[in-house]
Design a protein around this ligand. Structure first.
Ligand code: ATP
Length: 233
């Protein structure tokens, strides 16, 4: 069964075409990696899936329903949540208020404030602190927690490691084991290829808005091929 099916997806910013016929599918409970050089179209693919790229063509299906042209709010309600690149927290809100923003239009499910605090105990300690005064790693935890508060079926993570020390990145990815416990499916964009390989079950490499390589089993990836697909050699 396929939870997400993306077929011939194109995305445009005005006259500029950023995605050229991308096909991808996601199975329930799977962690799926997206890798590729700067500007390859990774963020555009994630943002298209949550309705944040206006001009998108082709098909995106969630559990068989075509959501290609749905509004962002409706897609969120259908169960796709994005942890955006750069976190995009609400600067005027404290930690708990940021988390509660994810609960607007919330679906029924596992995640509550208490469970987010159990996942990231430091956020419970800092619950009344303004979000932007936290460290980068803690801000990333808030961004993940905010997305989880909507109780998504699919969690999209855009470069969680950006600007964070490796030890903090390890902590963040360690939380994935618990996040995935209930069968949540994840698509993650990751600059660090080794990290993407270790976290994902399958992955694709994008270059100039096209898939240049599919890896159906990350435990048997050919790194030379992946490097060629990444750099377009
Ligand atoms: P990065 O790793 O740098 O985030 P990426 O693989 O996520 O790169 P995208 O951000 O999706 O790539 O960008 C794909 C292409 O679309 C690039 O050529 C980029 O310049 C362009 N692009 C992205 N966002 C916009 C925008 N809002 N308006 C115009 N062009 C954009």
């Amino acid at each position: 069964m396929k939870l997400i099916e993306i077929e011939s997806l194109e995305a445009y910013y005005g006259d500029m075409q950023a995605l050229f016929g991308v096909d991808l599918d996601l199975r329930p409970g799977e962690a799926f990696g997206l890798v590729g050089a700067n500007g390859a179209g990774k963020s555009t693919l994630l943002r298209s899936m949550v309705g944040l790229v206006n001009d998108r063509r082709g098909h995106i299906r969630l559990a068989g329903d075509d959501i290609t042209h749905m509004q962002a709010e409706d897609i969120a309600q259908q169960g796709i949540a994005l942890v955006p690149e750069g976190r995009m927290l609400f600067a005027s809100l404290n930690v708990e208020e940021n988390l509660m923003m994810g609960a607007m239009n919330r679906r029924q499910g596992h995640w509550t404030l208490e469970r987010i605090y159990d996942l990231f105990p430091i956020l419970a300690e800092r619950r009344k602190q303004m979000a932007m005064t936290l460290s980068g790693g803690q801000q990333q935890m808030v961004a993940i927690g905010r997305a989880l508060m909507s109780n998504p079926r699919v969690l999209l993570c855009d470069e969680l490691s950006l600007g964070l020390a490796p030890v903090i990145v390890n902590q963040i990815y360690e939380s994935f084991a618990r996040i995935r416990q209930d069968g949540l499916s994840i698509i993650l964009v990751e600059q660090d290829i080794e990290r993407a390989i270790s976290v994902s079950d399958r992955m694709v490499c994008l270059l100039h808005g096209q898939v240049t390589m599919r890896v159906d089993d990350t435990s048997r990836v050919n790194l030379d091929q992946l490097s060629a697909a990444y750099f377009g050699e």
